[in-house]
Write a protein that binds this ligand. Structure first.
Ligand SMILES: [Zn+2]
Length: 108
């Protein structure tokens, strides 16, 4: 019994690490700013990492940086239950953020 518990804990710890890593990469790419267009917060609120394709839906890209976007608490709450409606929009924002990052970073 004890053994089983321990291994289960290990899995969730590994999962946690993976999640925190994913979250960090998402927030860094989005400059820790809320990406919801026209959001009241104006990019000044504390942000959370939102799964563009929900956790349940995305088995493969759960920890794919491209499947995450930084949203403030209020924006995150506002789209909960409507995630699918925002998938395309967020995908686009992610692509734009990614390309602007590579542009500023590219030096030869
Ligand atoms: Zn916001």
């Amino acid at each position: 019994m004890g053994r089983k518990k321990a291994s289960h804990r290990y899995t969730s710890e590994a999962m946690k690490t993976k999640y925190f890593d994913w979250r960090k990469q998402v927030l860094e790419r989005d400059d820790f700013k809320c990406q919801q267009p026209g959001c009241y917060c104006n990019g000044r609120s504390k942000v959370e990492a939102h799964h563009i394709r929900t956790w349940a839906k995305s088995k493969r890209d759960r920890f794919d940086v491209n499947n995450g976007i930084a949203l403030c608490k209020r924006a995150h709450k506002a789209i909960t239950g409507k995630e699918e409606l925002f998938e395309q929009l967020y995908d686009l924002i992610v692509i734009m953020n990614k390309s602007s990052k590579t542009n500023t970073k590219s030096r030869t």
